[in-house]
Write a protein that binds this ligand. Structure first.
Ligand code: AMP
Length: 598
C-alpha cells in the first residue's frame, strides 16, 4: 500500500497522483486528508503556501463530491485571480480520472457572462475570488445554497485585502449545515473571528511552527542610510548574479519607480501592482515565470498568489507595516523544499521592526553588510571566469580562427586571459571603483571602506572564505554548511554566513578555525574535482547576526593558489556612482489590513 493509499484516497485520485509523480504526502496532506475523509468536520489548518495544501483540501473535496450530480457542492474562496487559476488547474489535474467532474474558476478582470455560462453547464466545484463571487451572487448568476463544503484558502490574505465583508456576505448565502475548511499561513485575530463565527468545533492542525516563516528561509538585514536604498538594492542584485527575486515595495508608486530605475539601469526587472491592467500584469507574470524577468518589483497585494517555486531571494526594499505581511513576503522563497533568502534593507530607525519580527517568528535575522564596490567586483570576476570556463564552444568560430589568430599573434596566454576578462571587467570596475561604503554602523556612522591592500589572514574575529562549488553542484546554503562542517570537523554553529552563488560560494568561520579549514581543503578532491577554499575579501562580514560576534573588520584577501579571476558585465552608464547595469535589459514591462503592527 502506498502512503497515499493509506490516507484513504480512492483509485482515480491515486492514479492522478501517480501521473503527477508525487511520491509521498506532504506534512499538511498527511495531517488533513484522513481527518477530512473520515469525518464530516470543520477544519482550521495553519500552513504556508508551497506546503502542498491545495491537495490537502483538494483530494478530500474531489472524493466527497458527487460527480453525477450537476449541483454546485464545493466552493473554494481564494484571495487573487492568480491563486484562483492555480487552484483550479491543480484540482483539474487531481480529478482527471473522475468522470463528469467540472471545476470552474470565477475571478475579476475576465468576462462575467462567459463565467456564468460555464457555471450553467454544471460546476460541482467553484473556485472564486470574493469580489467576483459576490457580484455573481447579487446578479443571480450562481447558486451556492446547496454546497456541502466551503474552503477558505489563504484566509489571512483575504482578510488582509479587505474581503471580510464580502466573505461574510458570501457565507450567508450558503447553508448552515455545510462544512468549512479554513487554510491560513498565520492566525491573526480576524481569522480567529471568522473561525469562531462561521465554524463549529473545528479540528485544528498546524504544519511547522504556528505563525512562523518557513525554516528553509534565511533572514538577513542590511542597515543603510535612508537615501541609499536604491543603490543598496542594486548592490544586492550585483552580488547575486543568478538572482531570481521578488522585490517588495510599500506603495504602487515606489514599485513602479524602482522597477523603472532598474530597467533603465539595465536589469531584467518588471513592475507588478494594482494600477496595471490585467493584460499588463499577465505579461509581467509570464515573463517572470520564464525568468526573462529576474527582479519582479511588486506591491504586497499584487504579489499575492505568486506561485513560482524557485525564487532565490525576496528583497524587502521597505518593510511592511504588519508582521504577517513579512511572513507572506518571505514565504515566496524557500518553497517546495528549496532554500531561500529574505533580505531586508533597513535604516537604523527601523531596526526595532526587525526585533519585533524576530520575536514574532522566533527566528534570528543575520546582520549583513552591503558589499562594497570592490567586493562586488571580486564576485563578478569569479562569476565571469566561471562563465567563460563553462561556455560551450560554438564550432562556427573555427572558420574564423586563422584570422583571429593573426590578430592576436604575439599575445601570450596570461596576457590574453587578462585582456578577455578586462573587456567586461574594466567597465564594471569603473563603476564601482570610487563608490562609497553604504553600510551604517550601530552608532549611525558610515563604515570605513576597507583597505584592500592588506592580504594577511586575520588571527582574530572571523574569516570569510571563497569556495569553488555552488548551486550548479546542487548546494544551497544549508547543504553547503553541512558539507563544510562535516568535512572540516566543525560544529554546526562554527560555519556561518554561507552565501551560495551559481558556481561558487562564500562562508565564514571564526579565525581560530581558519588553519583547519584551509589545510582540509588543500589538494582536496570530490569526485575527482578539486574543491578549492581560500580566504576572500568578500561581503558578508564576520558577525553572526545582530549582537553576534565581531563583524569581521579587515578580512585578508590571500590566495595561495592562483585562480583566474573574472568579472561580469557592467553597462556603460556611469551617470552616478552606483549607476551601472547588471544584466541584459529585460524589455519594458510594467508599466488594508490586519492590525498587528510592530
Ligand atoms: P501548494 O502548497 O498547494 O501551492 O503546492 C505547491 C506545489 O507542490 C504544487 O506545485 C503541487 O503540485 C506540489 N505538490 C503538492 N503535493 C505534493 C506532494 N505530495 N509531492 C510533491 N509535490 C507536491
Amino acid at each position: 500500500m502506498t502512503k497515499f493509499e493509506a490516507l484513504g484516497l480512492d483509485k482515480p485520485l491515486l492514479d492522478a497522483i501517480t501521473d503527477l509523480g508525487f511520491e509521498s504526502p506532504s506534512e499538511v496532506q498527511e495531517k488533513a486528508i484522513p481527518i477530512l475523509l473520515e469525518n464530516d468536520t470543520d477544519l482550521v489548518a495553519l500552513a504556508q503556501t508551497g506546503t502542498g495544501k491545495t491537495a490537502a483540501f483538494g483530494f478530500p473535496l474531489i472524493q466527497k463530491i458527487d460527480s453525477k450530480s450537476r449541483t454546485t457542492q464545493g466552493l473554494i474562496l481564494s484571495p487573487t485571480r492568480e491563486l484562483c487559476l492555480q487552484i483550479t488547474n491543480e484540482i483539474k489535474l487531481y480529478s482527471k480520472y473522475v468522470k463528469g467532474l467540472n471545476v470552474v474558476a470565477i475571478y475579476g478582470g475576465a468576462s462575467i457572462s462567459e463565467q456564468a455560462n460555464q457555471i450553467k453547464r454544471g460546476a460541482q466545484i467553484i473556485v472564486a475570488t470574493p469580489g467576483r463571487m459576490k457580484d455573481m451572487i447579487n446578479r443571480g448568476m450562481v447558486n451556492i445554497s446547496k454546497i456541502d463544503y466551503c474552503v477558505l484558502d489563504e484566509a489571512d490574505e483575504m482578510l488582509n485585502m479587505g474581503f471580510m465583508e464580502d466573505i461574510k456576505d458570501i457565507l450567508s448565502n450558503t447553508p448552515d449545515e455545510k462544512f468549512t475548511w479554513l487554510f491560513s499561513a498565520t492566525m491573526p485575530r480576524e481569522v480567529s473571528t471568522i473561525a469562531k463565527k462561521f465554524m463549529h468545533n473545528p479540528q485544528e492542525i498546524t504544519v511547522g511552527a504556528k505563525n512562523s516563516g518557513a525554516t528553509t528561509v534565511q533572514h538577513e538585514y542590511y542597515v543603510i542610510g535612508g537615501r541609499d536604498r536604491y543603490p543598496a538594492l542594486k548592490r544586492l542584485a550585483d552580488t547575486n548574479p543568478g538572482i531570481f527575486s521578488v522585490v517588495f515595495c510599500r506603495t504602487k508608486r515606489d514599485t513602479q519607480r524602482v522597477a523603472e530605475k532598474l530597467i533603465e539601469d539595465g536589469y531584467n526587472a518588471g513592475a507588478l501592482h494594482g494600477d496595471l491592467s490585467q493584460n499588463q500584469r499577465d505579461l509581467v507574470m509570464n515573463a517572470f515565470r520564464k525568468k526573462q524577468i529576474q527582479m519582479l518589483v511588486a506591491t504586497d497585494v499584487a504579489a499575492r498568489g505568486i506561485d513560482v517555486d524557485d525564487i532565490t531571494h525576496v528583497i524587502n526594499y521597505q518593510l511592511p507595516d504588519e508582521i504577517e505581511t513579512y511572513t507572506h513576503r518571505s514565504g515566496r522563497t524557500g518553497r517546495a523544499g528549496k532554500s531561500g533568502v529574505s533580505m531586508v534593507i533597513v535604516t537604523r530607525s527601523e531596526l526595532r521592526k526587525i526585533k519585533a519580527i524576530e520575536n514574532k517568528l522566533q527566528t534570528e535575522f543575520l546582520s549583513k553588510k552591503i558589499p562594497t564596490g570592490m567586493e562586488i567586483c571580486e564576485i563578478q570576476l569569479y562569476h565571469l571566469a566561471n562563465k567563460i570556463k563553462n561556455t560551450e564552444i560554438n564550432e562556427q568560430v573555427d572558420n574564423y580562427l586563422p584570422a583571429i589568430n593573426d590578430v592576436l599573434q604575439g599575445i601570450d596566454r596570461e596576457e590574453l586571459i587578462k585582456k578577455i576578462i578586462s573587456v567586461e571587467f574594466s567597465r564594471f570596475y569603473d563603476y564601482y571603483n570610487k563608490t562609497k561604503d553604504l553600510n551604517i554602523s550601530d552608532r549611525g556612522e558610515r563604515s570605513e571602506g576597507r583597505d584592500r591592500s592588506k592580504v594577511e589572514i586575520p588571527t582574530s574575529g572571523s574569516v570569510r572564505y571563497f569556495i569553488n562549488v555552488g548551486e550548479r553542484d546542487d548546494y544551497d546554503w544549508m547543504t553547503l554548511k553541512d558539507f563544510i562542517k562535516e568535512t572540516v570537523g566543525l560544529g554546526r554553529e562554527d560555519v556561518f554566513k554561507v552565501d551560495v552563488k551559481e558556481s561558487f560560494s562564500f562562508f565564514n568561520t571564526d579565525a581560530e578555525h581558519s588553519e583547519k579549514v584551509l589545510s582540509t581543503f588543500t589538494e582536496f578532491k570530490v569526485d575527482g574535482r578539486f574543491v578549492n577554499v581560500e580566504v576572500s575579501n568578500n561581503p558578508g562580514g564576520g558577525g553572526r547576526g545582530r549582537g553576534g560576534r565581531d563583524r569581521g573588520g579587515d578580512r585578508g584577501r590571500s590566495s595561495s593558489r592562483s585562480r583566474n579571476k573574472g568579472g561580469d558585465r557592467g553597462r556603460d552608464r556611469s551617470r552616478n556612482n552606483d549607476n551601472r547595469g547588471s544584466r541584459d535589459s529585460g524589455g519594458g514591462y510594467g508599466s488594508k489590513k490586519s492590525k498587528r503592527r510592530y
